[in-house]
Design a protein around this ligand. Sequence first.
Ligand code: 5AD
Ligand code: SF4
Length: 444
Amino acid sequence: MQETSFYIKAYGCQMNVYDSKNIIEIMECRGFVRTLDPKAADILVFYTCNIRENAARKVFSAIGMLKSSKTKVIAIGGCVAQAEKDEIFKKSSLIDIVFGPHVYHKLPDYIGQILNGEQSKILDIGLEKFNKFEKAQRKNDVLFSEFVTIQEGCDNFCSYCVVPYTRGREYSRAAKDIISDIRYLISNGAKEITLLGQNVNSYDGDAAYINIGTKGNTWKLDRLLYEISGIDGLKRLRYTTSHPKDITVDLMTAHSEIPILVPFAHIPIQSGSDRILKLMNRGHTVAEYLDKLKMFRTICPHMQFSSDFIVGFPTETDEDFEDTVKVVNDVGYVVSYAFKYSRRKDTPASQMDGQISEHEKEGRLRMLQDSLSRHQIHRNNSLIGQVHSVLFDKCGKKENQYIGKNGYMQSVVVECDSNPIGEFRNVLIESSGINSVSGKILQK
Ligand code: 5AD
Ligand code: SF4
């Protein structure tokens, strides 16, 4: 029998990359064969992001470009699917399957139904919680640095954000399932694990699912980190993303006590203006945020941070924007991400008066990015002479050039004769650029 091939393209955040990897595993277990050439594929799967408008727009233009005479089924999954529902069929008559981020484990069945002619269009945006994780068989190549979802969804309802609607309300995976996934990954070659979630520090493992550990019934992020750090063979541990209001002293203490936990956290503030933070429904002030970072650095002196920023939120004035730049200057982030506010359907902010013009947003974005770049250059320069532990995971463009990441998620480039890929090496930083630093591997 001829094999049925599929091509998958994922857009957006790390959670989407992780989900699409699970989809690949589920599809391959069911006999579908992955191809990296969309024109040669029987099935095209697009796993989408809806967080900003251009992320959603990209998908529809890609369908037209990647489709070929061989294409038999087109499936759209993820957050755009969840948000747009059957409207997607109206946007493109080429689409056969629309599936939300909670039901990707059912994709092979749905594809079968379309191929057999049992159904002509399928829509499933159900909110099942744990089934998809159980269906991922994890038989693919394991990377040296892997992601594991511990928590999904968000209850914070920031006024600009679609996530609480597309990913649904917060739920946490059972600690024992997370630990068993990590053990599997480690025994198959992974050395670094990043715990993933829209809001990892609201992790709340359900005692009913847990049969390990003796410290009581509640499993918050700090307890999970302690438990995971004891897994043999795990060399480095990270997590992302955090909400400032849920950062606890226990979590800060975990950073100071767990040697393999990186001294780094992504803690977005979004805006440096209290008035805008209130309109954003962020649930904290600038001073509360800065106090938490200060306390973090007191408990764990090497701690560094990154953040997300949104510019051009409705009613944002030049003064509000300057307050944001001030936070950037005060904190000195290792790296940060700045976005233009994007008006998302059905979110409270999309209905607010005082929407800012694209032109204004673009100007502010450029100014903020300049500021962030200046800090990044300054910070990268300050690393010269330091020794960092680097996990190498890819080759560079030049011969004998290798690239890895240090504990702060910065790219470190070296040139050397023996291939260090898959290994941690101590690197003396000798020079710096805007997006990476370079150095030499020190002998053990
Ligand atoms: N417009 C612009 N940026 C947004 N983000 C979330 N929603 C929007 C939006 N409507 C950004 C936030 C968040 C990151 C993942 O995406 O900064 O932290
Ligand atoms: Fe969106 Fe706010 Fe939740 Fe982050 S905390 S996912 S920005 S609603």
